[in-house]
Design a protein around this ligand. Structure first.
Ligand code: HEC
Length: 162
């Protein structure tokens, strides 16, 4: 993501937090409703809380801070093709990352375990649904690299293979 976009997202969050307008209240209420991914608040949360590390933007493969979110999505969709279990498992890990629960072994050894951050569960559930439902950004080099790493099509099969 471009830096100005990020700044814009963060400003948007701050602004939203300081100005409890009717619109903000509606959106907050929506977060406690059963999950439906694609509202604009979720997109903003996703950008500011996840893409800050999982975003690719102009970064080359060597400059990444974390696996691209598309790679995370493929791994989780491979393991949990059902939307509900995808959301549940992604939320579980994101709220409390542990090496035992990690499913992206290559990423853990390259980037170290994802840090435990102060996310709200309702937000993470919304974001996980958003990741499942929406198209994620893919850098130009992504598909070629993915094929090279996973010639059998299985995303990150782990130390003992698929
Ligand atoms: C401070 C940087 C950082 C932020 C912010 C971050 N992540 Fe991560 N995340 C990582 C790194 C590094 C990894 C790769 C290591 C690992 O798998 O634990 C990772 C891995 C993951 C994985 C795969 C875990 C596995 O191995 O099974 C999921 C799912 C994930 N992140 C979800 C999220 C979501 C959702 C958000 C936003 C709510 C988020 N992350 C925010 C750094 C971050």
């Amino acid at each position: 993501m471009k830096p100005y976009l990020l700044l814009f997202s963060l400003l948007g969050l701050l602004f939203g937090a300081c100005q409890p307008s009717a619109a903000t209240e509606t959106e907050t209420t929506a977060l406690s409703q059963p999950v439906s991914g694609g509202d604009s608040l979720t997109a903003l949360l996703f950008q500011s809380q996840c893409l800050i590390c999982h975003g690719v933007g102009d970064r080359s493969h060597e400059e990444l801070l974390a696996p691209p979110i598309e790679a995370v999505k493929r791994r989780y969709q491979f393991l949990y093709p059902e939307r509900d279990s995808f959301i549940a498992e992604m939320t579980r890990f994101t709220l409390n990352p542990t090496a035992e629960e990690a499913r992206m072994y290559g990423a853990v050894s390259r980037f170290k375990l994802m840090p435990k951050l102060a996310f709200q569960e309702a937000h993470v559930r919304q974001i996980s649904a958003y990741i499942f439902d929406e198209e994620m950004e893919k850098p130009g080099w992504f598909e070629a690299h993915f094929l090279e790493q996973h010639p059998d099509g299985i995303p990150d099969p782990g130390p003992a293979g698929p």
